[in-house]
Design a protein around this ligand. Structure first.
Ligand code: SAH
Length: 215
């Protein structure tokens, strides 16, 4: 697992690029500057790792575009020690951006192959995120409540279970919509019963799928 001066140089340019596109949170920019994104992708594609584009990671899934990772991470307004649930582990890159920002990360993936591969990668790289194989629509009731929840797949609607697993004062960031694209929502839980939502523009994610076997 090599991370050399060439990768570091490309990473510095990527940080400048996402900054120019509007990512200002210093913690997010530091994390993008630090994490060897090329190691989360197949080694034959490493030249694409530091372009601001999404990329296929196998099993029909993608590693999100760095700008999108930055955008969602910034919306989450991470404080050190925040307990964060991610739905859609995929390559693990987004999870590790949150770990670098000081969050305690719990992440769920529904594709066994991706789950196995990312678990091994994180272990080999020494990163601390708790990974789970399962259905993100259900969240992780036994670890709830969470300070923040991030969904990294396009959700046809906001899963009720995720709202339930949010602390009062907590925040859910989720792209909502179908195959034609999604709108990014941030939903704050302001009391036991009340939620407040804001929208943040259009995005394109792979779909958040219901739990059917796909291995
Ligand atoms: N956060 C990822 C992005 C992965 S793409 C990264 O940084 O690479 C979205 C991921 O969500 C895919 O891996 C897909 O398999 C997963 N996914 C889709 N529906 C899901 C569900 N119901 N529960 C858990 N994961 C789901």
């Amino acid at each position: 697992m090599i991370d050399n001066y060439k990768h570091k140089g490309m990473r510095r340019r990527l940080v400048e690029e996402v900054k120019a596109k509007g990512i200002t949170d210093a913690g997010v920019l530091d994390a993008i500057g630090k994490i060897p994104r090329h190691l989360f992708m197949d080694s034959s594609f490493e030249n694409f790792a530091y372009q601001d584009v999404p990329f296929p990671i196998g099993s029909g899934q993608t590693i999100s575009q760095p700008y999108t990772v930055g955008f969602q991470s910034q919306l989450l307004n991470i404080k050190k020690g925040d307990k964060v649930l991610e739905v859609g582990t995929g390559s693990g890159y987004q999870a590790i951006v949150l770990v670098e920002m000081g969050a305690k990360v719990f992440s769920i993936e529904r594709q066994r192959k991706l789950y196995d591969r990312t678990r091994k990668l994180m272990h080999d790289m020494g990163y601390m995120a708790k990974l789970f194989y399962g259905d993100g629509y259900k969240g992780l009731p036994s670890y709830a409540p969470f300070d923040k929840i991030i969904v990294t797949a396009g959700a046809p609607e906001v899963p009720k279970q995720l709202l339930k697993q949010l602390k009062v004062g907590g925040l859910l960031v989720i792209p909502v919509g179908g195959d034609e694209g999604q709108v990014m929502y941030s939903i704050s839980r302001i009391s036991e019963m009340d939620f407040e939502q804001k929208t943040h523009g259009d995005f394109a994610f792979v779909p958040m799928l219901k739990n059917r076997a796909r291995d």
